[in-house]
Write a new protein. Structure first.
Length: 150
């Protein structure tokens, strides 16, 4: 069995699971500002919480598969891979530091029936800023993976 192809398959399977879970969570986050019914907001927040687990599992699998090949074929000498790992770390930090607290604040406002706080959160541009940061960052990682410029 070809170990390189196996770990590459693991890496790509992780990417698919990550994108599926993260895509739903991101779509929910972008839908939150448009929704005003507390019951529907709770449903959206529950959906986000359920799919973020799959996102995290996918992220772990893609990192394990990528790291396994990184070690196997001496990628440490290739700058594109270090750059992609750094961009991934920045994106993870943005998700943990910006998006997750935003969703927690929305969840708390809904749970406490704090309509004023909820309206303030729904008016925020943060979800779109994080969306574009994550989208552009992912595009950079894909570009690095395909073109391996350095």
């Amino acid at each position: 069995m070809n170990g390189y192809l196996f770990w590459r398959l693991v890496h790509f399977c992780g990417i698919v699971v990550f994108v599926a879970g993260h895509g739903v969570s991101a779509a929910v986050t972008l839908a939150l500002p448009k929704e005003h019914d507390p019951l529907r907001l709770e449903t959206l927040l529950g959906l986000s919480r359920a799919t973020i687990v799959w996102s995290n599992v996918g992220l772990l699998v893609l990192v394990v598969g990528g790291a396994a090949n990184w070690i196997r074929i001496d990628y440490p000498k290739q700058g594109w891979l270090w750059t992609a790992a750094a961009v991934l770390a920045v994106l993870a930090a943005a998700g943990i530091g910006l998006a997750a607290p935003y969703v927690r604040r929305v969840r708390a406002a809904v749970a406490n029936d704090d309509r004023e706080r909820l309206a303030s959160l729904q008016a925020s541009r943060l979800p779109w800023r994080v969306f574009w940061l994550e989208t552009l960052g992912t595009a950079v990682i894909l570009w690095l993976m395909v073109y391996k410029p350095f």
